[in-house]
Design a protein around this ligand. Structure first.
Ligand code: NAG
Ligand code: NAG
Ligand code: NAG
Ligand code: NAG
Ligand code: NAG
Length: 270
């Protein structure tokens, strides 16, 4: 009986956060199964109250991290149980905050460069989920939980109604004022040139050096974009920065002095 009481006293002490070296931040939530991890790196203690039930969000958050770091590749749909998680992320402040960090470091990088002023300093921007946002489309199509439907997506593209991702638009304006020219390099097809150009202008991207669209499905995105960047460099341009939401925007050759990855947990383009 006594042992049980002492045990329960210790449990109570552990459950309240009065043991400083065991303190973990409030926002860290653990699944109950994480209490039984073998080879623990460091002993963890769940928040009081979270011990016996799963807190939604953790597994989707791990999935998102793996996607953003290009550890999970070649996926076609967002796991169904993560639709709400991805929806909340995309529509809420988190996505915007994450995008702002990317745009801020990108601008700091641009400012740190010795720009020549000869008109050959360029910034390569992808379009979808980089300069333009298809969140309105994905919000009515399950946030990536249903397979990509090119017919439906092209209808949306033809409408030319995609809003700007505000953080990218702000970066775009700042880059122009530094004297950097902008090249849009997108996997959108040549036949969408008019609606894409119109959409970019209406969203606030009034000027650009080039708008490069894909005219053949033969090449993978990495090959296509590498090849286009190579041609830009062969024409004397210096790619000060290269920004996209997909790793295929940033991998390959002639990637630019620095690359910047915006978040996108809704789809994967190889
Ligand atoms: C977003 O950033 C604002 C301002 O820094 C902060 O108050 C807010 O908590 C952040 N929200 C998320 C979900 O990151
Ligand atoms: C820019 O020029 C300054 C002065 O010449 C030099 O110290 C600096 O390292 C240069 N920065 C870059 C990124 O080339
Ligand atoms: C795409 O969506 C349209 C309209 O809902 C539908 O008719 C078509 O079958 C879909 N295509 C695929 C490949 O799912
Ligand atoms: C280009 O798109 C705009 C807006 O979508 C439309 O008004 C215009 O007629 C189109 N022009 C051509 C040549 O297709
Ligand atoms: C496709 O685009 C590339 C690069 O802009 C160009 O060199 C090539 O001639 C184009 N091919 C066709 C069939 O238009």
């Amino acid at each position: 009986m006594k042992i049980l009481q002492v045990f329960s006293l210790i449990s109570t002490l552990l459950a309240t956060s009065e043991v400083p070296d065991l303190n973990i931040p409030n926002q860290i939530h653990l699944h109950s199964q994480d209490l039984h991890i073998s080879n623990q790196i460091h002993s963890l203690r769940p928040l009081s109250g979270s011990c016996s039930h799963d807190i939604p969000g953790l597994s989707c958050s791990s999935w998102r991290l793996a996607v953003e770091t290009n550890n999970i590749i070649g996926w076609t749909t967002v796991p169904e149980e993560c639709e709400n998680y991805v929806g909340n992320y995309m529509l809420g402040q988190h996505y915007r905050n994450d995008s702002k960090v990317v745009a801020d470091v990108a601008l700091a990088h641009a400012k740190s460069m010795n720009l020549t002023g000869d008109g050959k300093d360029i910034w390569v921007f992808d379009v979808d989920e980089t300069t333009l946002s298809n969140v309105p489309y994905y919000a009515s199509n399950g946030f990536g939980t249903t397979p990509y439907n090119s017919t439906l997506f092209n209808e949306w593209v033809k409408e030319g109604k995609a809003p700007a991702l505000p953080e990218s638009l702000k970066l775009y304006k700042n880059l122009l004022s530094l004297g950097i020219k902008v090249v849009f390099l997108t996997g959108r097809r040549e036949h969408t040139r008019n609606s894409t150009a119109t959409n970019l202008k209406e969203a606030g991207y009034h000027t650009w050096e080039k708008l490069i669209l894909k005219n053949s499905t033969y090449y993978s995105e990495v090959e296509y974009k590498s090849n286009e960047r190579k041609q830009l460099e062969e024409n004397g341009y210096r790619i000060i920065g290269n920004m996209g939401d997909q790793w295929s925007d940033l991998l390959g050759t002639n990637a630019g002095i620095r690359t910047f990855k915006l978040p996108d947990p809704m789809y994967y383009v190889s």
